[in-house]
Design a protein around this ligand. Structure first.
Ligand SMILES: C[S@@+](CC[C@H](N)C(=O)[O-])C[C@H]1O[C@@H](n2cnc3c(N)ncnc32)[C@H](O)[C@@H]1O
Length: 187
């Protein structure tokens, strides 16, 4: 099964968790990570990779000594990711993004320099959304960044609830077009 059909199938199984009908474009992924400091980042976290469109792009830019922790809850996507990426820098975790800190500590990684998320935050219950945003912020280093894409500006208020310094970009090179929120660690 190709990644577009497996994505659609998973969407119909659990709309709230998957949150999109098809994988994002590589252009959106490239735009999400374009301005991030991969030269100095040693710990990178990806939340909700799905079929791994962004994972591949992140690994291409990542330092050889950096580590990538990837959190994916969906069984099928998790198994596909395990088969697709055998890069020793990446650990695919079959668990919820709320547990970032637990896994950073389990892998002895300290704090994260970058958290890159494609979780469908707008479809989550408030409690889950706030819990993931707060755990992401706590897990960041002093100069760390949290990056998130969403299909609307409705998420702005929700994201600003946790991160006050937020820059918003936009790309039409995705279906649907997407807003990219780049947030500085909230001290
Ligand atoms: C909108 S899809 C994005 C997939 C991919 N990054 C892309 O842009 O094409 C969201 C993904 O988040 C995963 N997900 C949802 N809730 C999660 C959670 N609490 N922890 C980890 N992954 C989760 C879903 O299984 C799905 O793969």
């Amino acid at each position: 099964m190709d990644s577009t059909s497996s994505f659609l199938k998973q969407f119909w199984k659990d709309k709230q968790m998957v949150g999109a009908l098809s994988p994002s474009s590589k252009s959106l992924g490239a735009r999400m990570i374009r301005d991030l400091d991969f030269e100095n980042a040693r710990v990178v976290v990806e939340l909700g990779p799905g079929t791994g469109v962004f994972t591949g792009l992140i690994l291409e830019k990542m330092h050889p000594e950096a580590t990538l922790l990837v959190f994916e809850l969906n069984d099928l996507f998790y198994n596909q990711l395990k088969n697709k990426f055998d890069d020793p820098r990446v650990h695919i975790i079959h668990d919820t993004a709320e547990k970032i800190e637990e896994y950073l500590s389990q892998y002895n990684l300290g704090k994260a320099d970058l958290v890159i998320s494609s979780l469908p935050l707008a479809m989550f219950p408030t409690e889950l959304r706030v819990s993931i945003l707060q755990a992401s912020n706590r897990s960041l280093t002093e100069y760390g960044k949290y990056v998130q894409f969403q299909y609307s500006l409705l998420a702005k208020k929700q994201i600003k609830h946790v991160f006050q310094d937020v820059k918003i970009g936009f790309t039409i090179k995705n279906f649907p077009p997407a807003f990219i929120y780049t947030c500085k660690k909230q001290q």
